[in-house]
Design a protein around this ligand. Sequence first.
Ligand SMILES: Nc1ncnc2c1ncn2[C@@H]1O[C@H](COP(=O)(O)OP(=O)(O)OP(=O)(O)O)[C@@H](O)[C@H]1O
Ligand SMILES: [Mg+2]
Length: 258
Amino acid sequence: MWEKGGAALFLRDIQFRWERISQSQKRQYPFQLPAYRSLDTLELHQPVTFFVGENGTGKSTLLEAIASLCDFPKSGGEILAEEHSEAHELLLDQVLRLSWMPRVRSGFFLRSETFFNFASLLDRRKQEKDFGGNPYSRYGGKSLHQRSHGEAFLDLFQNRFQESGNSIYLLDEPEAALSPMRQLAFLSIMKKLVDTKRTQFIICTHSPILLGYPGADIYSFDEAPLQKIDYEETPHYAVTKYFLNQRDAMLEKLFEEA
Ligand SMILES: Nc1ncnc2c1ncn2[C@@H]1O[C@H](COP(=O)(O)OP(=O)(O)OP(=O)(O)O)[C@@H](O)[C@H]1O
Ligand SMILES: [Mg+2]
């Protein structure tokens, strides 16, 4: 296991093997997205990596392709055979190659849009007579549908993610369900997991709070190709800061232009 700054790193880089597709394919989704343009290798140096950028710049598409290569279901969740049949076809994973040191098979792919489906899947498992064990045991002991969106998310983080073993967590906008206080709680859970040296995170986010995780690498998909930027350079930080400091002036200008 390669360690940097005392923390673990498993997935070390993501290579784009453009020679695998034709010139005409390169002009089509998802390969034509500017963030991927002439990108050869995306290196990961920290246990926490963020993908940021405008809506539609290709963050989720890349995260889904990584999840697919990790053998996590594309619809989100962990390895549950039933979900594979529901997965829609992805192309980007055919071009990518992941370099591991060491290869990690445990983890979770969290898509907030499909979290509801995952909760329903656990409920169906509970109904199945031949399903060995309690499907809720790793998720706080009861149906995720019996809690609010944010409570269910934090249950997931606090229970499922506390398990030991080398793991990689791919999270797509985990802040969607969380209040600002719960986002801080989530940062604290992340820190504890990173400190175990057994956890790596890749997170797509629009949250200036989550992005504040110390020492994380932030990749901006607003650039072509995507590139690393500092926290203070993100619009999430700059716009939020400006809005909070100059709310009246900013709103006045905004509404004048409207
Ligand atoms: N199946 C598809 N076919 C064609 N285009 C698609 C398909 N799925 C997504 N797109 C487009 O690809 C682009 C990237 O989508 P993606 O979901 O990766 O964006 P994102 O960076 O995660 O955005 P957001 O911040 O809004 O979640 C978008 O413009 C989207 O409309
Ligand atoms: Mg997205």
